[in-house]
Design a protein around this ligand. Structure first.
Ligand code: AQP
Length: 331
């Protein structure tokens, strides 16, 4: 067993990360890497639920790795690797799928949302996504999972599956807990503040990518949808302003009530500029570092290879335990 509790989290390599990913999950990843033993995974298998171009996928995987490092994930402290390179993920996924009820999977809201968005490609992979995610987490004796609020239901089903399996076979899995941001666990679209900010949203103005230049960031915040009022505060029918307050807090560590006091009586335009400035202050150095690291393919591949080896070794311990209790380790 590791001396520190284990943290696992993953992100899909689907064309860059946005500030929702950053505030909701990624900023926590770097914050906790000194305290825990962390595994951070580029979940390429999860990204196959929509059609992908092979060359683009390979490029996206390296881009994700470069972004991890630019964000401050230290490969000497944390294990960074690619999901498809560690066979335990899919092995455990099959086993756990046999301990997951069709009915409970049918209740997953993300499956319903994504099925509506991709009506021409509702595949079994999309339906089984939460079981693969459960396997990702349970494969490493994970204690904590830093994720955004949209993944809360998937973590709950992970816990349910683990409890069910342990109920049959003994204490095989650690029951993981989520780590959620107090403010910014669900960052909303800048164009429709009642929907989550999403990578797959075709409207570029709905999301701020960590690779956006300063002009684009400013322009998108200027166009952000607010409301017809003039008060900078959270509340009913003020989803747009509430979201901008969360973004400002997520980027600066300020508390929402302090932001409301600071901007009391100020105009929406001035507030939007302040939010854009706070985002630029965080994103600009990340973007510069990302571009520098991305050009070093050899370095990135070395890190991912060493991460793969470490993750495989660790996963084999859990897989051996699972196979043993199930009677699958016969020779
Ligand atoms: N809007 C968000 N606010 C806060 N956290 C978020 N996360 C995602 N969106 C938000 C968190 O980011 C981590 C990685 O998520 P993912 O791999 O599920 O990313 P994704 O699905 O590719 O990103 P999107 O934007 O969620 O994609 P689509 O377009 O599919 O909707 C997770 O911890 C997630 O909670």
């Amino acid at each position: 067993m590791s001396k520190n509790p284990i943290v696992f989290s993953g992100i899909q390599p689907t064309g860059g990360f946005h500030i929702g990913n950053y505030i909701g999950a990624l900023s926590n990843w770097t914050a906790i890497q000194n305290e825990y033993e962390c595994l951070y995974c580029i979940v390429d298998l999860h990204s196959l639920t929509v059609r992908t171009d092979p060359k683009e996928l390979t490029q996206n995987i390296r881009q994700a790795a470069a972004m991890f490092i630019a964000l401050g994930i230290d490969p000497t402290k944390s294990t960074m690797y690619v999901q498809s390179q560690v066979p335990g993920h899919t092995q455990l996924s099959w086993i756990l799928s046999c301990y997951t009820a069709f009915g409970e999977m049918s209740r997953m809201t993300q499956f319903k949302d994504k099925s509506e968005k991709n009506a021409d490609n509702i595949n079994v992979g999309l339906f089984c996504y939460p079981v693969l995610m459960a396997s990702d987490i349970l494969l490493f004796d994970t204690s904590y999972v830093p994720i955004g609020d949209d993944q809360r239901q998937h973590l709950e089903i992970t816990r349910d599956i683990a409890v069910r399996f342990n109920g049959i076979y003994g204490d095989v899995f650690i029951i993981p807990e989520g780590i959620y941001q107090k403010v910014g666990a669900r960052i909303m679209s800048l164009q429709d503040p009642t929907s989550k900010m999403s990578k797959s949203d075709p409207n570029e103005n709905s999301k701020i990518m960590l690779t956006d230049d300063n002009d684009a960031i400013l322009r998108k915040f200027k166009r952000a949808i607010t409301d017809s009022g003039n008060e900078i505060c959270r509340g009913k029918d003020k989803e747009g302003i509430t979201n901008l307050i969360s973004i400002l807090c997520g980027m600066t560590g300020k508390q929402p009530q302090d932001v409301e006091v600071e901007f009391c009586g100020k105009m929406y335009g001035e507030f939007k500029l302040a939010v854009a400035d706070a985002v630029i202050a965080v994103v600009e150095p990340i973007r510069t570092e990302y571009q520098r690291i991305l050009s070093d393919k050899t370095y990135l591949d070395e890190i991912l290879t060493s991460g793969r080896d470490k993750a495989t070794e660790r996963s084999e311990k859990v897989m051996a335990r699972v196979n043993n209790v199930m009677g699958l380790n016969i020779y």
